[in-house]
Design a protein around this ligand. Structure first.
Ligand code: NIG
Ligand code: FE
Length: 407
């Protein structure tokens, strides 16, 4: 059955497929593939035709989009949705002057270990519904709040029922029980024992439910050597690597990301010129997470410098109960535009095509013929309104494979 979505004010297809910077160099305009007075035909969940309304073919069903704007569905390539509880008190204390540290993660770990599968799945479903309402059509989610074999593996098994983009993050932080110096002899020995567990029993239990492996490579979490060991073990087990890199401090995580051909280096808050150069000459996407800087009141990453150097940039929510409790991609776009000097067009590209590239997916992030028919309808004259009208959800409908998920 074919469906014609007709009477679209302006449609953005991202169909040129390349990064904004190289396309901007070739032709200043239209790297978003804008078509006005447009229509799109969906068949078998995929884009079958796209163009100006006046040329549209006949279809079995017609849906009138009443002049609204259509964009590819947002691809959220970085989220932590497998958790229980929240950390509102920690947020409040932070806003009154306390600084963010990786240590807060232990609060969520305790709540997550106690939660039943049904509770974890209900929390996930609630956040996925929020994401759909905000125009997100593909999301990645990490484990990382279990930090024991059983909770990491059940978190991923539940996640895998809702997305194919599942990431094993056993190496989020060293859990409390491995910080017992009396038992392990030293802090380092406890951390080594935990790294060993992650690389062996935990990885074995996680692998059937995961596509990716990630490590929080930062001050207070794992150093570069530990991260390399863990990511290499994951790669040997058939998982693909991605990494939390230099959120709190530059400890050399970008060079490791490039060395291991990580699909994405995430956060990228603290970078040297050599880091930027290494990213620009790699296949590794820089995924920026401005919700984390907003919510931890930290310096934003230098998106302008990254884009101008030719790095492929993605934007993602980092939705998690500690450092970025938002499921709104539009909010992240508004921050990227206001705080990181991305143009609204660059921000839209990064939240769609950039996210797809960070997940190494070709079938999403754009609306070319053959792509999965994932799109969001914006009840506004332009996508610029996503940043221009912060805090207002302008998404009137979200479609995944041509089916409405928000009605
Ligand atoms: O991406 N940086 C590490 N992990 C999460 C935060 C986790 C937390 O505070 O619960 C992040 O920001
Ligand atoms: Fe994260």
């Amino acid at each position: 059955m074919s469906t014609l979505f007709n009477n679209i004010g302006c449609l953005f297809t991202n169909s040129q497929g390349d990064s904004p910077v190289s396309l901007a160099a070739r032709s200043a305009e239209n790297f978003l593939g804008e078509i006005c007075d447009a229509a799109i035909v969906v068949e078998d969940g995929k884009v079958a035709w796209v163009g100006e309304s006046k040329n549209s073919p006949a279809a079995d069903v017609q849906i009138d989009l009443a002049g609204q704007t259509v964009i590819p569905g947002f691809v959220d390539s970085h989220a932590h949705l497998m958790f229980a509880g929240d950390r509102a008190e920690e947020f409040s204390a932070r806003m009154q002057g306390q600084s963010y540290s990786a240590g807060g993660i232990k609060t969520t770990v305790a709540a997550t270990r106690e939660a039943t599968d049904a509770q974890l799945e209900a929390n996930l479903a609630r956040l996925v519904a929020e994401m759909h309402a905000s125009g997100i059509t593909t999301f990645e989610t990490k484990s990382g709040y279990g930090l024991d074999v059983e909770t990491e593996s059940r978190s991923l098994a539940i996640a895998a029922k809702h997305t194919s983009e599942t990431t094993f993050l056993g190496a989020h932080v060293v859990p409390q029980e491995f910080k017992d110096v009396a038992k392990f002899g030293s802090v380092e020995a406890g951390a080594d024992a935990y790294v060993d567990l992650v690389k062996n029993a935990m990885l074995t239990a996680a692998t059937p439910h995961a596509k990716w492996i990630d490590v929080f490579c930062d001050r207070g979490a794992f150093n570069v050597d530990q991260a390399r060991e863990i990511l290499q073990a994951g790669i040997s087990a058939g998982l693909a690597p991605r990494i939390h890199a230099n959120q709190l401090e530059n400890i050399g995580a970008i060079q490791l990301a490039v060395e291991l051909d990580c699909a994405s280096a995430d956060h990228c808050t603290h970078l040297t010129n050599q880091d930027i150069d290494a990213l620009a000459h790699s296949n590794t996407v820089a995924t920026l997470l401005p919700g984390a800087e907003f919510s931890t009141r930290s310096k934003y990453p230098d998106a302008r410098k990254l884009i101008d150097a030719g790095v492929t940039v993605a934007l993602a929510t980092d939705c998690n109960p500690g450092s970025s409790y938002t499921s709104s991609m539009a909010f992240c776009i508004a921050l990227a535009v206001r705080e990181m000097r991305m143009s609204p067009a660059e921000a839209l590209w990064s939240a769609t095509m950039g996210g797809a590239k960070a997940l190494r997916r070709n079938d999403i992030g754009h609306l070319s013929i053959g792509a999965r028919a994932d799109f969001a309808v914006i009840n506004a004259p332009s996508y610029i309104h996503l940043a221009y009208r912060p805090g207002v959800n302008l998404i009137s409908e979200t479609y995944i494979a041509g089916r409405a998920v928000t009605k």
